[in-house]
Design a binder for this molecule. Structure first.
Ligand SMILES: [Zn+2]
Length: 367
């Protein structure tokens, strides 16, 4: 069976065709179908009969597909590695929801079809998607893995290194939540040890501010050990294939550990730097801006944004000014370049490649 090919915009139909193909090839998994606000199918895959569950879901935010790709890789691996699956199923049953929010995915939006952020329906499930997830978690879930994408601006601490993966054991306000969180911290710590040193430097810790309405906090407060995984940017990787690999590696090794737990004293989780926000997709330093007062030298930062209707990337100018404390995935010094007209470069304006000077084109690439 083929792997699902990475593209930043994963149409639900493409995922669903892959799942149907997978179901034809497997004897270990069975599926259930629920429906989104707009009637799109939401597939839940089940394996095993144990009462305690591991529930893994992705794409509650429709435009965050990287975790879904990692889940399809995980399903293929569990299909090939019968030992791992058997060991897991001796202890737990597995419940996997790849793409909880197909309506959002169809329109490449964070929100579902009524415009709600499903990750703020933890306390009160308004939408059928959130109600489905809460019903799956309500049936004796011991572990929850909540897969997201984060913006490319996130860095490992205040460095120039991209946070290609950020991990979190969500905060809690309950006593049983504290024990559940401790278990999640231990699991993350153990799993971190399985990464190569060179990969581990791209891993950060997501902010542990307590959001009472977030699904991860809802889980943890109820005593479900919960891990939030945020897939992020990497160099020359607009479709996030590196984050996909790292997310897959994390999930596979976390499950490996759950299938055969060994006592650990590692608290590597706490050595992860907290996410910083220091990165920009393109950072042009020392651009000469022609103004009525003469030439002004300033730095310009841009974010690449994908527009699914036009199937193209546009570039949003984020900041103009002194950006010496920021870093770029691509950084260019324009000290020796010709001046440009300042009025053409306004923050929060979207630019297509046609609007950008030809000599700058090599840096505005999405490959
Ligand atoms: Zn998200």
């Amino acid at each position: 069976m083929d792997r699902l090919q990475s593209h930043i915009h994963l149409q639900p139909e493409r995922l669903h065709a892959w799942i149907l193909d997978f179901l034809k090839h497997t004897t270990r998994w069975r599926s259930e179908i629920a429906f989104s606000v707009e009637g799109r199918p939401i597939y839940t895959l089940h394996a095993g009969n144990e009462s305690e569950r591991i529930v893994i879901w992705s794409q509650m935010h429709g435009n965050e597909a990287t975790g879904t790709y990692a889940l399809t890789d995980l399903l293929l691996t569990l299909e090939e590695d019968a030992n791992l699956l058997n060991n897991l199923l001796n202890r737990y049953s597995l419940v996997v929801v790849p793409m909880l929010n197909p309506d959002g995915a169809a329109r490449f939006s964070r929100y579902n079809a009524i415009g709600s952020d499903l990750n703020r329906e933890g306390l009160r499930a308004l939408s059928p998607e959130a109600a489905l997830l809460k019903s799956l978690l309500g049936k004796n879930a011991a572990w929850a893995f909540n897969l997201h994408d984060q913006r490319t601006l996130f860095s490992v601490g205040s460095t120039s290194v991209p946070a290609t993966l950020s991990l979190l054991a969500p905060s809690t306000i309950t006593q049983r939540g504290e024990q559940a969180r401790l278990n999640a911290i231990k699991l993350i710590s153990n799993t971190l040890e399985t990464f190569e040193v060179n990969d581990r430097k791209y891993i950060a810790r997501f902010s542990d501010e307590y959001y009472p309405q977030a699904m991860g906090e809802w889980c943890t407060d109820r005593g479900i050990s919960t891990v939030l995984v945020e897939c992020g940017g990497h160099y020359h990787d607009p479709h996030r294939t590196i984050a996909r690999q790292m997310c897959f590696h994390f999930l596979k090794n976390a499950l490996q550990h759950l299938s055969d737990p060994v006592a650990t004293s590692s608290i590597a989780y706490f050595s992860l730097p907290i996410n910083g926000q220091n990165l920009r997709d393109v950072l042009l330093r020392n651009a000469k801006l022609r103004t009525p007062a003469g030439t002004v030298c300033a730095d310009l930062s841009f974010t690449a944004i994908y527009y699914p209707a036009e199937k193209m990337w546009k570039w949003q100018l984020e900041e103009v000014g002194d950006l010496q404390l920021k870093f770029g995935y691509i950084e260019i010094d324009l000290s020796d370049a010709d001046p440009v007209e300042h009025y053409q470069w306004k923050p929060l304006t979207l630019y297509t490649l046609e609007d950008i000077p030809k000599t700058w084109h090599p840096w505005f690439t999405t490959t």
